[in-house]
Ligand binder design. Structure first.
Ligand code: SF4
Ligand code: FES
Length: 283
């Protein structure tokens, strides 16, 4: 701790709020020195410039959204997630973002990078224009920095009952044909990252719209030949409701951003066809 900070705490004539602001000011200037030192010792390594969205509703002085600049090492293969972790570990430990697997499996680090929804761990700095702009997923409430509230997305997924409800008389083994497995294969790849939902204009304007990920999840089970007919009918009822499949306007934005290359728009269209078949009557 600097002597200046110690002195201001010993003085005892400043309010706790003033002391907090003073600590923050000193912390920022110390980090600036550290940043300069790190950069100057490492000049041979190529670097990239990140502009990272910052916001913290709980800290006075950080409630106004802003962008912070970070200069980070960027060698071949460095991902946006690597860069964020470096910025957090070297420059500002309060920089907040989600991550876990670092290999495009857990879905926790979907971000808005240079104007597009992508996984931080799957996006290499070398593929991006600089400076690299990193923001939280649009259309979701920001909790802090790059972390958004995923509650609504999970609620929409839950609404389609995303689990297998098979017909298993007497515990008999249920076999799936190769063709059926092939048909639903892509739909099973969802990692619940929320990128598709964030990219969808319809979901942005209609909070009750199930959204592409949930409809894809319903597709995964409704098109599984092992699911019982009455359960499939129940699923179709969920999809055919006012804020279900018919809301989709085939803009393909979800399909474009899905990091697992799931043909979401195609699956939504197929569920629309199923809905028409269900309701078609010949008199
Ligand atoms: S469908 Fe794709 S973009 Fe949407 S949540 Fe699943 S993996 Fe993410
Ligand atoms: S950290 Fe798990 S998907 Fe990127």
């Amino acid at each position: 701790m600097s002597t200046q900070l110690q002195r201001s705490e010993q003085d005892g004539d400043e309010s706790p709020q003033d002391q907090r602001l003073e600590r923050k000011r000193l912390g920022e200037s110390e980090r600036e020195v550290q940043r300069t030192e790190t950069e100057s010792t490492d000049d041979e390594t190529p670097h990239a410039h990140l502009k990272v969205f910052r916001y913290d509703p709980e800290v006075e002085g950080k409630r106004e959204p802003r962008f912070d600049d970070f200069r980070v090492p960027a060698s071949q293969g460095t991902t946006v997630l690597d860069a964020l972790m470096y910025a957090r570990d070297q420059f500002d430990s309060s920089l907040t973002f989600r991550h876990s697997c670092r290999q495009a499996v857990c879905g926790s680090d979907a971000l808005f990078i240079n104007g597009s929804q992508r996984l931080g761990c799957q996006t290499q700095l070398s593929d991006l224009d600089k400076p690299v702009r990193v923001e939280p997923l649009p259309h979701q409430e920001v909790e802090k920095d790059l972390v958004v509230d995923m509650e609504h997305f999970y609620d929409q997924m839950e609404a389609v009952e995303p689990y297998f409800q098979g017909d298993t008389p007497d515990g008999e083994e249920q076999l799936q044909s190769r063709e059926n497995r092939e048909k639903i294969k892509m739909s099973t790849r969802c990692i619940w990252c929320g990128a598709c939902q964030s990219s969808c204009n319809i979901a942005a304007g209609d909070n009750e719209y199930l959204g592409p990920a949930a409809i894809n999840k319903a597709y995964r089970f409704a098109m599984d030949e092992r699911e019982a007919d009455d359960i499939k009918a129940h699923r179709m009822n969920i999809l055919e409701q006012e804020h279900g499949v018919w809301r989709c306007q085939t803009q393909f934005s979800c399909t474009e951003v899905c990091p697992k290359d799931i043909p979401l728009t195609e699956h939504i269209q197929e569920m629309k066809r199923e809905a028409v078949k269900d309701n078609l009557k010949f008199w």
